[in-house]
Design a binder for this molecule. Structure first.
Ligand code: R2B
Ligand code: URA
Length: 310
């Protein structure tokens, strides 16, 4: 397993376009991005997407449509009069996709398999479209470990439920491991965009990414539970001592695949509860809706700053 902490120039072509680590794609007549309802033969992907610089993804179609409208206001992007944002991938009935100038927004569904399939196709989309130096963001929700609901966590690294810092995937009958490495500098740049007046704190820390929401995150409220409350608390306090500050379900794959593709990326999640004090997600829908705008606010500030906007 090769460990590289920083992306190197050689991960991309000198003009910033993606070097695809798959020799087969260039040999194909066309590449169908099946789950996006796009293809290199059926669509002019360069014409449609070459200006994309920021790829933002989050769990649900609704939240990402909300983000697309929010970022449109923030960067002052204007749609032609009388038109509204269109879900470019609506024919896939899988993921949703919205484009707002240089910002491409996706929903990724729940869990590693879902975000993994999307990432394969979005990384190939960046390649076909000849996008330059795209930065990927995951804007999500999580359970805080020692952090109350309504606060932000930016992942500086991601580990699985066994504290292993890599994504494991059986490939051709053998276990493949890819290091889950995030851009620490980007994480701190995002943290520094918090305003004194913001109603949330921002913690940069280690994220545990699990394969399940219930037993995988040590909850007592799933359909099954073979451990006691003491066992659960012992585990949560132990990982807290090992500097885990939150739990969610996509960061490991997101970090591993972006890193492997030579793409700079960050994971910004809002906590929905403090897992040291409970399992049930019981805050009101309205309050959680408000909280889910917090990652969007921070990422929008970053994009505006990069675009040289006030
Ligand atoms: C956070 O929230 C979802 C589970 O409720 C999952 O996608 C995640 O990572
Ligand atoms: N998402 C998770 O994966 N876990 C939580 O506890 C809350 C949101």
């Amino acid at each position: 397993m090769s460990e590289k902490n920083d992306l190197e120039e050689s991960d991309r072509f000198p003009d910033g376009t993606i070097k695809l680590r798959n020799p087969h794609i260039a040999q194909m007549d066309q590449d169908i991005l099946y789950h996006l309802a796009l293809g290199s033969g059926s669509h002019d992907l360069v014409e449609m997407f070459s200006d994309v610089r920021y790829v933002c993804m989050g769990g649900t179609p609704k939240r990402m449509e909300g983000f697309a409208n929010f970022i449109m206001d923030e960067i002052g992007y204007k749609l032609p009069t009388g038109t509204t944002l269109l879900d470019i991938s609506y024919l896939s009935y899988r993921y949703s996709m919205y484009k707002v100038g240089p910002v491409l927004c996706f929903s990724h569904g729940m869990g590693i398999p879902s975000v993994g399939i999307l990432l394969h196709e979005v990384i190939k989309l960046m390649y076909h479209a000849k996008c330059k130096n795209p930065i990927f963001f995951r804007l999500g929700t999580c359970g805080g470990i020692g952090i109350e609901g309504g606060n932000l966590v930016i992942s500086e690294s991601a580990v699985d439920g066994l504290m292993q810092p890599y994504l494991e995937l059986p490939v051709l009958g053998k276990m493949q491991r890819r290091p889950a490495i995030l851009d620490k500098q980007l994480a701190h740049e995002l943290k520094n965009l918090r305003f004194e007046s913001d109603p949330f704190s921002v913690t940069v820390g280690k994220t545990m990414c699990t394969y399940d929401f219930y037993e995988g995150q040590g909850r007592l409220d799933g359909a099954f539970c073979d451990y006691s409350e003491e066992d659960k608390l012992e585990f949560l306090h132990k990982i807290h001592q090992d500097n885990i500050v939150n739990m969610e379900m996509e960061s490991l794959c997101f970090a591993a695949l972006c890193h492997h593709a030579g793409i700079k990326c960050a994971v910004v999640c809002v906590t929905l509860l403090n897992r040291l004090t409970g399992d049930q997600v019981s805050s009101s829908k309205e309050l959680m809706g408000k909280w889910q705008e917090y990652p969007q606010m921070l990422v929008a500030r970053y994009i505006k700053q990069q675009m040289g906007l006030p």
